[in-house]
Design a binder for this molecule. Structure first.
Ligand SMILES: [Zn+2]
Length: 259
């Protein structure tokens, strides 16, 4: 077996590696030893070549009919609508960024997982900005999946889901709610003083609130709540509240606690 491989084979193996293919599988696919794959990766890194992600190799659910993990997508859509955006990078590549409070360690790890499920083989990375973790992953196809990209802030433009996105949400409304409430929502303990048989008593009750400046996004939130049979109110122009005990419990079951 020759030890000299064509540049094409090397490039193909490195691209496969960048898209997350394990070394053993990569070696088998390219008919080389695992140690060769590792060596190529080391050389590649030493030469200082950008080891970007294989933006073109991960097939798109929209333009290449690749499978879409709808559960992960519905939730990621919620996070995106809550506090995410897309930004152009080089070569037609887009970055999807989701911001979340640095305190929420588990949800931030979960975001990485969600991104990996929506872009199989993707390599999300995180960075810290004051108070927040930004989780980012690059792909040529983010605009296929998040066509709500546009100039200006989300509350300053129309946010309308495409039909296929509405179909996904209609099948997985609880997952959209998880993304929405865990990004732009809060679960707070309220209390009230009530007199029972003339004796003042303090009652504690939890409530969920979703706050967003976009009417369109608030409407998506209430649509998903309706689909899940969770009653809501709109106590302020920019907020949706779920406060009835049975509804709070139902929402807890659907989206998990927020600590
Ligand atoms: Zn696409």
């Amino acid at each position: 077996m020759s030890h000299i491989r064509s540049d094409e084979v090397v490039a193909s193996a490195l691209t496969a590696s960048d898209s997350g293919m394990p070394d053993a599988e990569n070696a088998e696919q390219h008919g080389v030893a695992v140690s060769t794959i590792r060596r190529w990766r080391r050389l590649y890194q030493r030469r200082g070549l950008a080891r970007g992600q294989a933006h073109t190799r991960v097939p798109c659910p929209r333009c290449a009919q690749a499978a879409l993990d709808e559960v992960a997508y519905a939730e990621l859509l919620g996070w995106y609508l809550g506090d995410g955006h897309t930004s152009p990078s080089r070569g037609g590549v887009w970055n999807l960024h989701i911001y979340n409070d640095v305190r929420y360690v588990e949800p931030n790890a979960h975001l990485v997982d969600l991104m990996r499920r929506v872009k199989p083989g993707g390599r999300p990375h995180t960075r810290r900005v004051p108070g927040c973790i930004v989780t980012t992953v690059s792909w040529k196809h983010w605009l296929c999946l998040f066509p709500q990209h546009g100039a200006g802030r989300k509350h300053e433009r129309e946010i309308r889901l495409e039909d296929w996105q509405r179909d996904v949400v209609a099948r997985h409304p609880g997952d959209l709610l998880r993304g929405l409430f865990h990004s732009d929502g809060s679960r707070t303990a309220n209390w009230a003083r009530l007199k029972v048989a003339g004796v003042p008593k303090r009652y504690d009750y939890p409530r969920w609130e979703f706050v967003n400046r976009s009417d369109d996004i608030l409407e998506l939130c209430t649509w998903a709540l309706d689909l899940c049979g969770v009653a809501w109110r709109r106590p302020r122009v920019n907020a949706i509240a779920v406060s009835r005990r049975t509804d709070v419990r139902r929402l807890d079951d659907l989206i998990g606690p927020k600590s």
